[in-house]
Ligand binder design. Structure first.
Ligand code: URA
Length: 430
């Protein structure tokens, strides 16, 4: 077999065999196939697509390019969740403790922020001492002992994805549905997931700008799951406006903890209850979605979800006093409230603009390896569809200095658009 023949076959819109895909993936993982050939192949896939069968073969091959975590000796069913990323999406921080408190053990490997979209690991590192580099043994024993783990992706899982992703990033081939679907699912399979709830975001603050594109990605991933013998539920969630109110690392930890106490913003609470219910159903802890929701709500009301979060933080070396006394978390020196310039109904609260402004403040990275500032970000006070009066608070900037405030004030103000006539609220899920 030769790499060039596989590239030509894909260029000519023919279906690749499992053996050809495996040869290619193993070749680029070992370095036997060069970056320029992998790049040409990725562009051929970008332009000509892949069948469901090819996408699954690619996923399985990438999943098997490194170690495969086997959790069968640790939990009865390994349930995982994945969000395709967005602005203000701190769901994992609340949902994992909720389901774990309901008796569904959940160990998850999360990522860092990517561009305008935040990352769970960066948020968790707002808590001093919290470790995101657990070994496989630590992962398993903590999952067995306290039923919850939230750490970083270990380097030996799906290394092919890491290599391919880095090339896609610089060859204009990131947003190809089969490549995104196989990238996400290969990591989930390698991490031992038997059942997965996918939170696929659609909108200007997501990878997939439209519901139709998100649906295609969701279908590709559920197809892979089915063909790989896993159970997968995919939800399509709105990401045209930030989820919840907080955008920024420590600010999002505060909001996630408030949600665990039952006092998070309404949209975020609803999002967490819905996701938890799906996880409890897939994990066979709840007989129906309705019951799953009741269980999740109970874990919030009786304090067991928050207690589970504290156990998680303590087990991973974090200082629990920071989640018990939220005012101890990193805080910005300048807190400035911006008010509405006019009365009307909000028609847009542009998620991507707000996410990019948060990166400008330092909440995300301008380039790989940059340090994030845990303290900075925004609190958004209004949602699409809400009526506002002139002079009413629209958003609050948390910044390190006045120059930063000047840099983002107008940009974020322009993320809000108004209508004189009533506007329907955006759905949470499609
Ligand atoms: N997230 C991933 O893990 N991979 C992609 O390709 C896109 C988003």
């Amino acid at each position: 077999m030769r790499a060039v023949d596989i590239i030509i076959k894909k260029r000519d819109k023919q279906e690749l065999t499992d053996a050809e895909i495996d040869f290619f993936v193993q070749g680029f993982t070992s370095g036997a196939i060069s970056d320029y050939q992998v790049s040409a192949w990725a562009m051929a896939v970008f332009l000509n697509g892949m069948t469901a069968h090819e996408t699954t073969a690619l996923t399985l091959s990438m999943a098997h390019s490194g170690a495969m975590l086997d959790l069968s000796d640790t939990v009865d069913i390994a349930v995982d969740k994945h969000s395709s990323g967005g602005v203000g999406d701190k769901t994992t921080l609340s949902v994992l403790p909720i389901v774990a408190a309901c008796g569904l053990p959940c160990g998850k490997m999360s990522g860092r922020g990517l561009g305008f979209s935040g990352g769970t690991l960066d948020k968790l590192e707002s808590i001093p001492g919290y470790r995101v580099d657990l070994s496989t043994d630590e992962f398993k024993s903590q999952l067995r002992e306290i039923g919850i783990v939230l750490t970083g992706q270990s380097l030996d899982l799906a290394p092919a994805d890491g290599k391919l992703y880095a090339l896609r990033d610089v060859t204009g081939t990131v947003d190809a549905t089969p490549l995104i679907a196989s990238s996400i699912m290969s990591k989930k399979l390698a991490a031992g997931a038997q059942a997965i709830v996918l939170d696929v975001k659609a909108g200007n603050g997501a990878f997939m700008p439209t519901v139709e594109a998100a649906r295609q990605l969701a279908n590709a991933m559920t197809d892979i799951g089915r063909l790989a013998g896993r159970q997968v539920t995919a939800l399509i969630a709105d990401m045209n406006q930030p989820l919840g109110d907080a955008v920024g690392n420590a600010l999002e930890v505060v909001e996630a903890v408030k949600a665990l106490h039952g006092s998070g913003p309404e949209d975020f609470m609803e999002h967490c209850l819905h996701l938890s219910a799906h996880m409890l159903l897939l994990g066979k802890r709840a007989p129906s979605l309705e019951q799953g929701r009741v269980m999740a709500q109970k874990a919030i009301d009786d304090g067991s979800a928050f207690e589970k979060f504290c156990q998680l933080v303590a087990a991973q070396g974090g200082d629990v006093s920071f989640v018990e006394n939220l005012e101890k978390l990193p805080a910005a020196e300048i807190v400035e409230v911006l008010v509405s310039p006019r009365a009307g109904y909000l028609s847009t609260v542009h998620a991507r603009t707000i996410g990019e402004a948060a990166v400008t403040l330092g909440a995300g990275r301008a380039k790989k390896g940059d340090q994030v500032d845990h303290a900075v970000g925004f609190i958004i006070h209004k949602k699409v569809g809400q009526a506002v009066s002139a002079g009413e608070p629209l958003f609050t900037i948390h910044a390190r200095n006045h120059a930063q405030v000047e840099q983002v004030r107008e940009i974020v103000l322009n993320a809000f658009a108004f209508s004189d006539t009533p506007v329907a609220p955006l759905p949470l899920f499609y």
